[in-house]
Ligand binder design. Structure first.
Ligand SMILES: Cc1ncc(COP(=O)(O)O)c(C=O)c1O
Length: 457
């Protein structure tokens, strides 16, 4: 008998809320040091955190140390880290090869603001992986998407941008629109309204950004028809609403439609770029965009982003038509880390092993769901995975909003008190890094099984 035959959905949701309430009391008890540190930080930092994504109630865990696949908080609690810096640590915390490369580079200096040889070495490796010839470095994913959009505007001479509802592409104005809009304000599912995610967005920027649903080629055609759109920016696999896969033929259709209307296609691979496989989602799924943006895991834990593109696109920069600037761009410390990541750590053989390890974890969680007959399913893409609390795979943001957040939150809270640190946002996914062992992965599977047993008790 399935869980939903034995318990109504309402009963499961109520049970989840009870578990959350109990786990919250435990959390407060075992993270008193984090509470104190947060109270102090709140006096000098809004929300007590350096990025608002890091804030959650009653307080985030405050960390004092991280190595390999674990983190330790200021209370001395140890966690197996499945968040891995929102997926930025595919190499693991302080991978020995990254540590060595960075330490050696320290002897040669941290910032030149004139080129180093590693700029070309790293760009060559990216060109080979993503099959796009020219690259530039940035310090974050935000800068990478901002610069890629500017290049697209430069080459097309157009101003409008199209993005997907529920898509996150960093914190510059033109993409902080319809990130996670309230459904009540978001308009029809097939032609959503553009909703600013923050104060401070001008009416002009809002008017230039059009929003469409993911996995809907018809909607894309509709907004490109006028021939005034510079770029369509999209994650080839959406990884800010769990893991939302493209339906068969979607990315191919996107490629064809953007080409037909002279719109640049930007694949935002900040999350998928290195965790999806050797050449990111671009290579894995076999659709090549005009521009790709990268960040997170390419830096091995150091702040590094990059964007690459076709010769024609990147010639905009060569010709001086589009300016791309930045004091810290391509700084030798980050280049040393990236070189180690791309050359020594995230090799095809090592990645295959990690993806298989992740597959075993995903399978174990799916088996638990199947045994219990829960209204949930797992999704795997490369080294990442997630449990989505909906019976059917989600196709877009609206489907995601219909998933069960009570169950998701209870599972997250339950895990954290048992040393399993998943991303706090519920819209994220776990990452198995190069330094997670089989035991680490299976510990999560066991804790998940305990949670499900409690849910059904
Ligand atoms: C898909 C995607 N693009 C861009 C960004 C922005 O990257 P950063 O936080 O390095 O600015 C993120 C960050 O989570 C992201 O998930």
């Amino acid at each position: 008998m399935s869980a939903t035959e034995r318990h109504s959905h309402q009963q499961l949701a109520q049970r989840a809320k009870d578990i959350t309430a109990r786990e919250l009391r435990t959390y407060i008890e075992r993270t008193k040091g984090s509470q104190e540190a947060t109270d102090r930080a709140r006096k000098v930092l809004p929300l007590g955190v350096p990025s608002s994504f890091q804030a959650y109630d009653p307080h985030p865990i405050v960390v004092r140390r991280a190595q390999d696949a674990w983190m330790e908080d200021v209370d001395g609690n140890r966690y197996i880290d499945f968040d891995m810096g929102y997926g930025a640590l595919f190499a693991g915390h302080c991978h020995p090869a990254v540590r060595k490369a960075v330490a050696e580079q320290m002897d040669y200096g941290t910032l030149y603001v004139t080129p180093c040889e590693m700029n070309a070495e790293v760009a060559e490796m990216l060109a080979e992986r993503y099959q796009l010839p020219m690259w530039r470095f940035t310090n974050s994913g935000t800068e990478a998407t901002m610069d890629a959009i500017r290049v697209a505007r430069g080459i097309t001479g157009r101003e409008k941008l199209v993005k997907v509802e529920g898509g996150y592409h960093g914190h510059h104005d033109e993409v902080m629109i319809s990130m996670k809009p309230p459904i009540a304000e978001a308009g029809p599912a097939d032609s959503p309204r553009a909703i600013p995610a923050t104060a401070g967005i001008t009416r002009g920027v809002l008017a230039d950004t059009l929003v469409i649903p993911y996995n809907n080629p018809e909607a894309l055609k509709r907004v490109l028809r006028n021939g005034d759109v510079a770029a369509f920016i999209v994650e080839p696999v959406m990884e800010n609403i769990g893991i939302c896969m493209p339906q068969p033929g979607y990315l191919e259709a996107v490629r064809e439609i953007t080409r037909k209307y002279g719109t640049m296609l930007i694949f935002d691979e900040v999350k998928t770029g290195i965790t999806a496989g050797y050449g990111g989602a671009t290579r894995t799924l076999g659709v090549t965009p005009d521009l790709v943006t990268l960040a997170k895991s390419i830096g091995g834990g150091l702040p590094l982003g990059a964007f690459g593109g076709s010769q024609e696109c990147m010639d905009q920069i060569t010709a001086g038509k589009v300016l791309h600037l930045g004091t810290y761009n391509g700084n030798p410390l980050c280049m040393a880390a990236a070189k180690a990541v791309l050359m020594e750590v995230c090799t095809p053989a090592a990645m295959k092993e990690v993806v298989e390890r992740n597959g075993r974890l995903v399978d174990a969680c799916q088996a638990t769901i199947d045994r219990a007959g829960l209204p949930a399913h797992t999704v795997q893409f490369g080294a990442k995975g997630c449990v989505t609390w909906a019976p059917e795979p989600i196709k877009n943001y609206r489907d995601y909003k219909a998933t069960d957040f009570d169950l998701a939150f209870a599972q997250w809270m339950h895990g954290i008190n048992r040393g399993i640190l998943l991303p706090p946002g519920l819209d994220e996914q776990w990452l198995i890094s190069m330094l997670h062992s089989d035991d680490d992965a299976m510990t999560y599977a066991d804790v998940f099984a305990d949670f499900v047993a409690e849910l059904l008790a």
